[in-house]
Design a binder for this molecule. Structure first.
Ligand code: HEM
Length: 120
């Protein structure tokens, strides 16, 4: 298993998230909803590719705790993006979510690229 599918999935996810966010922000709800739905399909790809990458860690080695934190942070990231996109059109406060967004991104990049062995 290589990491290309995973990188493609999460990079596409951030791009779709950014587009949907800007659309909702501009009040273009219809376009926002379409991109948002595509993003939801991409969540499945992120989860599938992440699940495939995490499987070997359960078969031995001492990096299992880090891999589990990585996986949980990945799911957390998806929840944060989803909540931001649901709350934005409702004009609810987003600051706490953006703080979590930044923490989750840093955690994911550090664990994904630095701590865990497989890179690009
Ligand atoms: C938006 C969500 C996510 C982001 C931004 C993200 C980010 C990353 C990054 C930057 C890497 C290292 C390079 C790469 O292989 O792509 C990585 C690897 C990995 N991710 Fe994710 N990820 C996310 C979701 C998930 C989920 C949901 C899981 C588990 C269910 C997961 C499990 C893993 C595992 C096991 C690796 C391999 C680490 C290694 O063996 O080196 N990720 N991820």
């Amino acid at each position: 298993m290589n990491t290309h599918l995973h990188i493609t999935a999460w990079a596409l996810g951030f791009i779709l998230f950014a587009i949907a966010y800007v659309m909702y922000k501009k009040g273009n709800t219809k376009a926002g909803k379409i991109i948002h739905m595509i993003l939801r399909l991409d969540y499945l790809l992120i989860l599938y590719s992440g699940g495939e990458l995490i499987t070997p860690y359960f078969n031995g080695g001492d990096l299992l705790p880090e891999a589990i934190v990585k996986g949980v942070a990945g799911i957390w990231m998806i929840v944060i993006m989803e909540m931001l996109l649901v709350r934005l059109p409702k004009q609810k406060p987003l600051k706490a979510l953006w703080i979590q967004f930044i923490i989750a991104v840093i955690l994911l990049l550090v664990l994904g690229f630095v701590r865990l062995p497989m890179g690009v």
